[in-house]
Write a protein of this length. Structure first.
Lengths: 113, 116
């Protein structure tokens, strides 16, 4: 069964510093990959997605993620974090559109002044 | 509607009572999910509907939980004989899956269930 691991439960980053959130998945083939963000009291919003093609994908709010097949990873990055980026970030995988979407346990990002 | 709609937004119920949570997906979306998010926890998969296929119920935590999707659209999640540990935010999402491909899942705002 496919699974998603987000090894970091909490991460604290200074405002203006760079950010990388880790995501590893377990699946035999290349799945569809997603990053979602959940701000306090809000629903989940899609940041970006990878289906195929270019392994570096750009998303909203200045985020990007890189798919590395050899490492089964799909890490989320942002070059300069803003205080408004403080939220919970979820990585998700889906083997095909006919299979369920599986989420990691999330990483809570704290931004210090 | 423009997005996934869930009702009620908040529900307080007494232990032992049954509750029904409703989800109206985006029109035309073939896939519908239910997830549970407990305080400070991640998203726990509950059930997944895909078109006319048999639902994937592998995430339902007990036989007190059930869900149906009528006419391939509206879904109802039912929790019987509620327990305090059922208190959580229940999230619904829908997506369009053309020919087995994938598009993003759109989430509703959730129903916050409190069992007292």
């Amino acid at each position: 069964a496919q699974s998603v691991t987000q090894p970091d439960i909490h991460i604290t980053v200074s405002e203006g510093a760079s950010l990388e959130l880790r995501c590893n998945y377990s699946y035999g083939a290349t799945p569809y990959l997603f990053w979602y963000v959940q701000s306090p009291g809000q629903g989940l919003q899609l940041l970006l997605k990878y289906f195929s093609g270019d392994t570096l994908v750009q998303g909203i709010k200045g985020f990007e993620a890189e798919f590395k097949r050899s490492q089964s990873s799909f890490n989320l990055r942002k070059p300069s974090v803003h205080w408004s980026d403080a939220a919970e970030y979820f990585c998700a995988v889906q083997s095909t559109g006919f299979q369920k979407l599986v989420f990691g346990t999330g990483t809570r990002l704290l931004v210090s002044p | 509607g423009a997005g996934v709609s869930q009702s009620p937004s908040n529900k307080v119920t007494e232990k032992g009572k049954d509750v029904e949570l409703r989800c109206d997906p985006i029109s035309g979306h073939t896939a519908l999910y239910w997830y549970r998010q407990s305080l400070g926890q991640g998203l726990e998969f509950l059930i997944y509907f895909q078109g006319n296929s048999a639902p994937d119920k592998s995430g339902l935590p007990s036989d007190r939980f059930s869900a149906e999707r009528t006419g391939g659209s509206v879904s109802t999640l039912t929790i019987q004989r509620t327990q305090q540990e059922d208190s959580a935010v229940y999230l619904c999402a829908s997506s369009f899956t053309p020919g087995g491909g994938s598009t993003e899942a759109f989430f509703g705002q959730g129903t916050r269930l409190t069992v007292v």
